[in-house]
Design a binder for this molecule. Structure first.
Ligand code: 13P
Ligand code: SF4
Length: 326
């Protein structure tokens, strides 16, 4: 067994070699690597594009590459496949799903729609293609309020995240939001007491939380936003210390981009196991073997793209973007 210094050097060499191999495979396959903000540090380092769910959907449309390696979870790769039927979308680890997205099915949503025939359906992007196909509008954490405000129906069935639904309701009181009872197993780990305890240790720190957190946590947060919103906010504000209420993968770029500022995770256990399944080794394997191809049956895709397209229109996606196959 080597010393810890030798082990670190070996680990670095292993990762550098894999990163080099990925660069070569990327060229050979005409591929782009799109990476969510929760991915491992070394994956963020080899990304062509990093971002939140909205930015990644937009990036997937704009790229000229033939192959998109999606480093995130299944629903993100599926959204890219819905928007890009003529590109090959690869998810390096097929088991990388989002438990929240699995908390609703198209059948259950259809039943709910029957109970509220006058309601529009908004689905958070953390949902399957089949659920998107049953929805009128899609949204992400960065545009949920904007999307709900743009809808003329008073009643809105909002699926699957109850916390995002309640947050949107608090910001758009003129609507009647009917929340689905889904949740993110990672974000609900942050409790009001955690915030109070860490705030007692760092009284100057601002609390910045993701809207998937519980309402009690959001009530004592200074700023609530998507992962991309957090980068923007922490950079521009004068505050020097922050308590971050979202997945720990965010800390890497927050610290890199803001060397004079301090970031504390709201609680120790803020890790999304699905997001961490992807490794450099699996990305290289994915490009070598062209696995796992994520495709959506055409009948489902054509219905699902309508909800995504409406979202991108509301968000002000430039007119020059042509949504393939729509
Ligand atoms: P963002 O769109 O804010 O990146 O969130 C995605 C997600 O899965 C949060 O848990
Ligand atoms: Fe899904 Fe939560 Fe993981 Fe985001 S953090 S991918 S919502 S389980």
């Amino acid at each position: 067994m080597g010393t810890s210094k030798e082990n670190k050097a070996n680990d670095k060499k292993y990762k550098d070699d894999l990163a080099q191999k990925i660069v070569e495979l990327k060229k050979k396959r005409n591929a782009v690597i799109i990476v969510h903000n929760y991915q491992r540090d070394e994956i963020q380092d080899i990304a062509d594009i990093t971002g939140d769910s909205l930015a990644l959907s937009q990036a997937a449309i704009k790229t000229d590459a033939k192959v998109i390696v999606f480093c995130g979870v299944h629903f993100m790769a599926e959204s890219a496949a819905i928007l890009n039927p003529h590109k090959t979308i690869l998810l390096p680890v097929i088991e990388a799903g989002c438990p929240m997205a699995d908390m609703i099915s198209a059948d259950k949503l259809r039943a709910k729609k029957k109970d509220h025939p006058d309601a529009a359906v908004v689905c958070y992007v953390n949902s399957s293609a089949k659920v998107k196909a049953e929805s009128d509008y899609c949204c992400t954490s960065s545009n949920a309020i904007e999307v709900v405000k743009a809808i003329h129906n008073k009643k809105i069935i909002f699926v699957p995240d109850k916390n995002l639904a309640l947050y949107v309701q608090s910001q758009v009181p003129e609507k009647e939001i009917i929340p689905w009872q889904g949740f993110c197993p990672t974000h609900i780990r942050v409790q009001e007491q955690d915030i109070k305890e860490i705030k007692a240790l760092h009284p100057e720190a601002e609390v910045v939380s993701h809207p998937e957190c519980d309402p009690e946590v959001l009530a004592i947060s200074d700023h609530i936003c998507s992962t991309a919103g957090m980068f923007k906010y922490c950079k521009q504000t004068a505050a020097k210390e922050f308590i971050i209420g979202t997945e720990m993968g965010m800390l890497y770029k927050l610290r890199k981009d803001n060397p004079g500022k301090k970031f504390y995770l709201a609680t120790e256990h803020l890790i999304c196991p699905s997001m961490k399944l992807t490794t450099l080794g699996w990305i290289a394997h994915s490009l070598e073997t062209m696995t796992h191809v994520i495709a959506v049956p055409e009948d489902v895709r054509l219905k699902a793209i309508t909800s995504l397209k409406k979202m991108l229109e509301i968000t002000g996606e430039p007119q020059s973007v042509v949504l393939a196959g729509y």
